[in-house]
Design a protein around this ligand. Structure first.
Ligand code: ATP
Ligand code: MG
Length: 212
């Protein structure tokens, strides 16, 4: 069973967007998937409540209340949506639930600075120090031909964690979230540019590089 957590203490960087899309991706591959929401804001569970019955099933876990207690025993993937502002003991507890951590980062100076502090804190968490979890960064809400995107690209290239994908800013994410879908479940003519951008992220998750 794989545990993939989307984590960044910075709010609004796309944790729930990535978590719901990762869950939908693997569900569409035929895997048994649970989506564990550690955020009492419930964005992932709200998304799941809107998911049509006709789509591959994803089991929702109100992890902020009872952890993985109701996780299916045969789950292939538990995708974990983490809350913002996780620090100290709470951060250590969260990290203990995953071997693979995806960190979304927005093209904004505020977000890059917050992420620097976050990655510094993360690297001192025992599980990370012992190399029992792998981390990757993902640029999110990228807009081509903006200076701040060049800055983010450079920042993530130099960061001490692997930089595996850059996802554009697209209404497809908003549309998919509203309908309880992943971008992989939108029509190809609309979503193919996003599918292409996700390929390196899903490849990384499927590879040994994302596992301790
Ligand atoms: N690539 C994208 N393109 C367009 N909109 C996006 C993209 N990624 C995220 N968003 C939007 O940005 C907002 C914040 O995203 P999201 O809720 O996933 O972030 P979060 O990190 O989970 O926030 P919080 O810290 O509050 O839990 C949402 O309105 C979401 O629809
Ligand atoms: Mg969220």
């Amino acid at each position: 069973m794989r545990h993939i957590m989307v984590l960044n203490s910075k709010g609004g960087c796309g944790k729930s967007t990535l978590a719901t899309n990762i869950a939908a991706y693997f569900a569409n591959e035929g895997a048994t998937v649970a989506l564990a929401d550690y955020d009492p804001q419930r964005s992932s569970l709200d998304w799941l409540a809107r998911r049509p019955d006709t789509r591959p099933e994803i089991v929702g876990l109100a992890a902020f209340d009872d952890g993985f207690k109701h996780a299916p025993r045969n789950a292939d993937y538990i995708v974990i949506d983490a809350p913002a502002r996780s620090h100290g003991k709470e951060l250590t507890n969260l990290v203990n639930h995953a071997e693979t951590i995806v960190v979304p980062v927005l093209p904004s100076m505020i977000d890059m600075q917050a992420t620097t502090a976050f990655l510094d804190e993360l690297k001192h968490v025992g599980k990370i120090e012992r190399k029992q979890a792998k981390i990757a960064a993902v640029a999110n809400r990228v807009r081509d031909n903006t200076l701040i995107w060049d800055d983010l690209d450079e920042y993530l290239t130099k960061a001490r964690v692997p930089y595996v994908a850059a996802l554009r800013e697209a209404q497809n994410y908003v549309r998919a979230y509203t309908r309880g879908l992943g971008i992989f479940e939108l029509p190809e003519y609309l979503a193919w540019p996003d599918w292409d951008e996700w390929e390196p992220l899903t490849s990384w998750i499927k590879s040994k590089r994302s596992q301790p």
